[in-house]
Design a protein around this ligand. Structure first.
Ligand code: IMP
Ligand code: MG
Length: 480
């Protein structure tokens, strides 16, 4: 056996040992890229996984690469060594001249001269890519390629057995349980050490809604003097599926104004970059909605100011029904409601409609609902088939948009002819994920509302009007 063959065989033994140990998934993957880098004698290796939309590749375990490189950006799967996404090996012998390199300047600075990349496949489906980065320009041998493919297979078994990958829909099934594009990779695999527990809680919430995230993905240059960068900004999260950065100001409220300034500057310099600040109050309210955090136990002292009277609501609902009847003239629609908040709205809306309408309902599990599930799922699905139908999803209120985006993906996967959303209330300022709203009754402020179907812990649903709740001297300062 040649020297290299011995090195490879030893290293595979080392990886097998790590895989068969009590290490965490993240630790196993870290070990794997580290051992592979050493065996190949390269500068570093990275295991990248496709995001939920299968568009972007995210580094989940790296060795030998600088933070700057890893955070330089999320790699576009169809631009960076695209043949890997077709299940082939990609070799770049000279990064300087190769058009398949997305961050050429960065590779140069990082002294990456050549790259070998192979697909990571689970049950015949490509879920990511394993790449080796070399300091010198050179061709890779077929033994090295074979070795990297073996390591990629080992990585795949770790991912598979950890449940990190949510399985793809079976090819034969005509009624997928949910949209396949949301089901590529779940996040907890990432070797993340959070700076603050609130960040971890937030990451868990995103996981629950199957919203892909990257922690501290990259740094933006904000100020510089000549060649020297004098100020950088690293947002806490990047949500690739939504192309949105999130900065949490929950840790030190004193830093909020500084962060506000940084975010303003970032928007100025990078106008195409979407970023949202999540303040302590937003965050506490977000958690409280699911029964967690400091505001979760807030006691109510009844109903406060009335925002919309019963008459105002009826007038607006009638107008919405008119708009829908006009837009769907001559068609038969399917109204879909997600239980239970929309019940008053649905009942009124359907009676004002002038087009024929079928009605059906879904129910979903909520974060922290204690049903043991770690991801949002449907507890009651539609009885009517939405395929080929003109579906109007009826919602009581859209807040962060996370519920709606999950439900929309589920419905879209079942191929309705058209799909539109009609919501009575839109709490726009709290939106995290952009969702298309075709019909909106009222735009509402960032307050917790009850009545006309909306509840606070199952109370106040049966009020005929919509009001704020009064709570321990303050109004509406509760999760919502
Ligand atoms: P999202 O996923 O954050 O958009 O939350 C939407 C769901 O949260 C709604 O369907 C409601 O059930 C609930 N919700 C949001 N805001 C309020 C509120 O102010 N009062 C009562 N329920 C609310
Ligand atoms: Mg609802």
């Amino acid at each position: 056996m040649g020297r290299q063959a011995i090195v490879f065989s030893k290293s595979l033994g080392e990886i097998a040992g790590a895989l068969n140990s009590s290490l965490t998934v993240a630790e196993k993957l870290d070990c794997l890229v580290q051992v592979a880098s050493r065996a190949l004698g390269v500068r570093g290796c990275s295991l990248m996984l496709l995001d939920a939309k299968r568009k972007k590749l995210i580094h989940v375990a790296t060795h030998g690469l600088s933070d700057r490189y890893v955070r330089a950006g999320v790699v576009e799967a169809d631009k960076s060594l695209p043949e890997i996404m077709e299940g082939k090996t990609a070799a770049v012998t000279d990064t300087e001249s190769d058009p398949r390199i997305q961050f050429g300047e960065m590779a140069r600075r990082e002294h990456i001269a050549s790259i070998l990349g192979v697909p990571v496949m689970c049950r015949g489906r490509i879920v990511g890519s394993l790449r080796a980065y070399n300091r010198i320009r050179r061709e890779f041998t077929s033994a090295e390629e074979e070795y990297l493919i073996t390591v990629a297979n080992l990585a795949a078994t770790v991912l598979e057995s950890s449940g990190t990958l949510v399985s793809a829909e079976g090819s034969g099934s005509t009624e997928p349980k949910s949209a396949p594009h949301r089901r590529a990779v779940r996040s907890p695999v990432r070797a993340v050490s959070f700076a603050h527990p609130s960040e971890e809680d937030f990451a868990r919430l995103l996981d629950f809604y199957q919203i892909e995230w990257v922690y501290e993905p990259r740094s933006f240059m904000l100020e510089w003097e000549g060649d020297k960068v004098t100020e950088m900004f690293t947002p806490d999260f990047y949500l690739p599926g939504l192309d949105l950065y999130i900065e949490m100001t929950t840790l030190k409220p004193g830093l909020t104004s500084q962060k506000n300034r940084k975010v303003r500057r970032l928007r100025e310099l990078y106008p195409d970059t979407k970023i949202k600040l999540l303040a302590r109050r937003d965050y506490d309210r977000l958690l409280a909605k699911y029964g967690h955090g400091p505001l979760a136990g807030a006691k109510t002292e009844g109903v406060g100011r009335i925002l919309f009277s019963a008459d105002q609501i009826q007038m607006r609902v009638r107008q919405l029904a008119k708009e829908i009847s006009r837009d769907y003239e001559g068609r038969r629609i399917l109204l879909v409601g997600v239980l239970r908040g929309m019940l008053c709205f649905m009942a009124d809306l359907m009676r004002y409609l002038e087009v024929p309408a079928d009605v059906d309902f879904m129910a979903i599990s909520y974060y922290g609902s204690g049903d043991g599930g770690e991801a949002v799922h449907i507890t009651k699905d539609l009885d009517v088939k939405p395929n080929g139908r003109d579906v109007v999803l009826v919602e009581d209120i859209v807040d962060t948009g996370m519920t709606l985006s999950f439900v929309l993906a589920h419905l879209e996967a079942r191929h309705p002819a058209t799909l539109a959303v009609c919501t009575l209330l839109d709490k726009k300022v709290r939106r995290l994920t952009d969702v298309p709203l075709a019909y909106v009754g009222f735009e509402v402020p960032d307050e917790f509302l009850v009545g006309y179907g909306l509840d606070y812990r199952e109370e106040y649903r049966n009020l005929p009007f919509i009001a704020l709740i009064r709570q321990q001297g303050r109004q509406g300062d509760i999760g919502g």
